[in-house]
Ligand binder design. Structure first.
Ligand code: B16
Ligand code: MG
Length: 214
C-alpha cells in the first residue's frame, strides 16, 4: 500500500497515547471497596476500552448487585473524582514511547490526527500531556450513541478530521477498540492486541508500517 493512501490517523487515548489504566484501576478498586467488592488486575484488563457506565456495571455484576440509576451516577462521579486526583501529576513525561516522534512524522506529511477515545476525560488528559495543539479533532463520547465495540466513536473521529474512512487508520490497544475500528470499516493497528497490523509496543509506530497494509 502507498504510504500516501493514509490521510488521517485516529488514535485511541488510554493505552496508546498514554497509560492511565493503573489510575482507572486504583480508582475503581477504591469505589468497589465501598460496595465490599474486590477487584484485581486481571479483572481490570476486562475494563480496558470499556465506558465508565459499562465498567461500573461489570463491577457490580461481579459483586452480584444491581444499583439504581441514581446510585450509579453517584458512584461514577466518586470514581471519576478519585481518578482525576491521581491524574494530577500527569504531564508530557507520561506520553508513551515513540508517540511524540510518530505524531511529528504525521504532521510533517500533513496527515490529520484525531482521537477516538471513549474517555470523557480525553480533552483534559490531552491538555495535561501538552498534546492538544497537535490534534485536529477529539471525538466526544457524549455525542455518540454506542460505545466501543460499536463503530460510532471512530466514525465520529473520522468525521471530525474530515477524512474518508478508506484513507483512515485506527490505532487501538483493546479488543473492544479493534472491533470498533473494524466495524467502522477502517484499517487497524493493534498495540499488544491483534489488528490488521499488530505491534507489541507504541515504539514501533512509524509511517513505514503503513506499507504493510494490503
Ligand atoms: P472515563 P480509551 C477508556 O479509554 C479506558 O480504556 C477505559 O478503561 C475507561 O473506562 C473509559 O475510557 C472511560 O473513561 O471514565 O475517563 O470517561 O481506551 O477509549 O481511550
Ligand atoms: Mg485504550
Amino acid at each position: 500500500m502507498e504510504v500516501n493512501h493514509v490521510r488521517g490517523v485516529l488514535f485511541d487515548l488510554d493505552g496508546v497515547i498514554t497509560d492511565t489504566a493503573k489510575f482507572h484501576f486504583m480508582a475503581w478498586q477504591k469505589m468497589a471497596a465501598t460496595l465490599s467488592i474486590a477487584i484485581d488486575e486481571e479483572f481490570n484488563e476486562t475494563l480496558k476500552g470499556v465506558s465508565r457506565l459499562d465498567s461500573l456495571r461489570r463491577i457490580t455484576a461481579l459483586g452480584g448487585i444491581t444499583l439504581t440509576h441514581q446510585d450509579e451516577e453517584r458512584l461514577m462521579a466518586d470514581k471519576n473524582a478519585t481518578y482525576l486526583e491521581y491524574l494530577e501529576t500527569l504531564g508530557s513525561k507520561d506520553i508513551l514511547p515513540g508517540i511524540m516522534e510518530f505524531i511529528e512524522e504525521l504532521r510533517k506529511f500533513n496527515i490529520k490526527i484525531g482521537v477516538a477515545s471513549i474517555s470523557r476525560n480525553a480533552p483534559f488528559i490531552l491538555n495535561k500531556l501538552n498534546l492538544t495543539r497537535y490534534i485536529d479533532g477529539v471525538a466526544n463520547p457524549e455525542h455518540v450513541k454506542h460505545s466501543k465495540p460499536a463503530p460510532d466513536i471512530f466514525l465520529e473521529g473520522a468525521r471530525l478530521i474530515d477524512t474518508p474512512l478508506r484513507y483512515c487508520i485506527g490505532i487501538e490497544d483493546s479488543l473492544a477498540g479493534i472491533q470498533s475500528i473494524r466495524s467502522a470499516n477502517i484499517r487497524s493497528i493493534g498495540v499488544g492486541v491483534e489488528g490488521d497490523i499488530t505491534i507489541a509496543t507504541t515504539n514501533e509506530l512509524s509511517m513505514e508500517l503503513f506499507k504493510k497494509f494490503k
